[in-house]
Design a protein around this ligand. Structure first.
Ligand SMILES: [Ca+2]
Ligand SMILES: [Ca+2]
Length: 325
């Protein structure tokens, strides 16, 4: 779109905004600031339409409809309501849904609503821009969701701009008290079925979701945990992210992981079942059965310094087990 300014006669070019084959442009002060407007368009012809030798009776044609309407007053922004909710179910509200409306008397126009979230100290903690198509004097609803990263009060300032980047309206909400939402523990273990003294890697993982979004079901930030708490079920524990360790005794254990977020909240407990067994005696005895008779007396499994040594002796069908003290 090319427009001519009234005062100095200079031409300026602005791109049209295309949505679903409809292009819109905004002309400032037509008949006042601007006195001439051209829209340049072209027909995207294929070679089959005309290859310069066999164009048929005529060149291909296209039709462009141009509609123009005056925007007699700038679009307005209104706050409909704010709805608090508790995503993590701890009884404390951690999320706010801000519902607003955009009213435009233009035939049609696109408007960018910038929303900034500020904490108690006035720092911007997150921002988003929501493009709203409005017009015809119909109030168009907009909606954003914000989930808090910390226990704090948050206020929301909204700035609506037209396609020329000019501010047409602003809005400010009252502060909303929000609580930190719990992080989620999401660790893994390298082995669930192990032998005694066999090392297991406990891989710590998780995320802390927060931020502003136009979609209720997806938050923009998934921060890594700030702390990890592993409890292994055998009186052992670790605050490392990914500890390596083993179990000394046969049994079934529930290793659990909790993670902490930047706001100091701990996640729900994630459980990993570990089954610890010891079939080393059978293995060594089966191995023995293939040896010559004179060597089949016994084998020793040296488990670790200071621990009982196991022995077994015999054949595959007749074995004896015992412990050296
Ligand atoms: Ca909550
Ligand atoms: Ca959190």
């Amino acid at each position: 779109m090319v427009i001519k300014a009234t005062t100095d006669g200079l031409w300026s070019v602005s791109k049209l905004n295309f949505v679903n084959n409809v292009a819109t442009g905004l002309v400032p002060g037509f008949g006042n600031l601007t006195n001439e407007v051209w829209v340049i368009t072209w027909y995207a012809s294929t070679v089959a339409d005309c290859d310069y030798t066999s164009c048929g009776p005529s060149y291909p044609t296209g039709v462009v409809d141009v509609e123009a309407a005056r925007i007699t007053s700038p679009a307005t922004l209104s706050l409909n309501n704010t709805v608090l909710s508790d995503r993590d179910g701890d009884g404390l509200d951690d999320t706010v849904n801000i519902n607003y409306g955009v009213l435009s008397n233009a035939f049609f126009e696109d408007l960018d609503v910038e929303i900034h979230v500020r904490d108690t100290t006035g720092n911007i903690v997150d921002s988003i821009t929501d493009r709203i198509a409005a017009g015809g004097g119909v109030d168009v609803p907009g909606s954003v969701y914000f989930t808090a990263p910390l226990n704090d009060q948050y206020s929301f300032s909204m700035v609506m701009k037209d396609m020329l980047g000019d501010v047409v309206d602003t809005l400010q909400t009252s502060p909303q008290v929000l609580n930190n939402m719990k992080p989620v523990a999401n660790g893994t273990v390298s082995l669930n079925d192990v032998q005694t003294w066999e090392n297991i890697r406990f891989l710590g993982g998780g995320f802390d979701a927060w931020g502003i979004s136009v979609d209720n079901n997806s938050l923009p930030y998934l921060d890594p945990p700030t702390a990890y708490a592993w409890v292994f079920g055998d009186n052992g524990s670790s605050n490392l992210k990914s500890p390596m360790r083993s179990y000394t005794d046969v049994g079934s254990y529930n290793a659990t992981l909790r993670v902490q977020d930047q706001g100091g909240s701990w996640s729900e407990t994630q459980v990993h079942s570990i089954n610890v067994s010891d079939d080393s005696q059978d293995k060594s005895c089966w191995a023995l059965s293939g040896l010559p008779q004179r060597n089949r007396r016994f084998s020793i499994n040296n488990k670790r310094p200071g621990h009982h040594k196991r022995w077994c002796a015999g054949t595959s069908t007749n074995t004896t087990h015992g412990h050296y003290k």
